[in-house]
Design a protein around this ligand. Structure first.
Ligand SMILES: [Zn+2]
Length: 137
């Protein structure tokens, strides 16, 4: 049996040919995968927003924290609480903001979705997430 601490340390491997969890309709290898493995840093706030959503969905804590502005980044993040990320819709992306709805399935089984306008900023040439405000959907 694989020790659990080993699993915790590794982002979940996701097959590149499978459809990307962000719902783009493209494969993971052609969509958010290159952002996660560092081969192609997100060029726009929307690309980063999708890659962060997919990182939440796959339990990739390092990616989520590394793309979070230092001024608003939490010191720890638990993505193993049983929440499942079941859908993303991007409504609009303009300038430094992305307006989206994310759908979750909470550990208790109930569905929950929220609409948020996220704000991004470039730091050292890389887009990072700064903060989000909930939008009436
Ligand atoms: Zn994607």
């Amino acid at each position: 049996m694989t020790p659990l601490h080993y699993l915790d340390a590794m982002p979940l491997a996701y097959p590149p040919f499978k459809s990307c969890p962000c719902g783009s309709g493209r494969s993971y290898g052609a969509c958010c995968g290159p952002a996660h493995d560092g081969s192609r840093p997100p060029a726009t706030p929307e690309t980063l927003m999708r890659a962060r959503y997919t990182a939440y969905a796959l339990g990739n804590v390092p990616f989520v924290l590394n793309t979070w502005h230092a001024s608003t980044r939490p010191s720890t993040l638990d993505l193993n609480d049983g929440t499942r990320y079941v859908g993303l819709r991007v409504h609009a992306a303009a300038g430094e903001t992305v307006d989206f709805t994310a759908s979750l399935k909470l550990p208790g089984g109930e569905r929950y979705s929220f609409r948020e306008r996220s704000r991004f900023e470039q730091v050292g040439g890389q887009w990072v997430y700064v903060a989000g405000e909930e939008v009436e959907g």
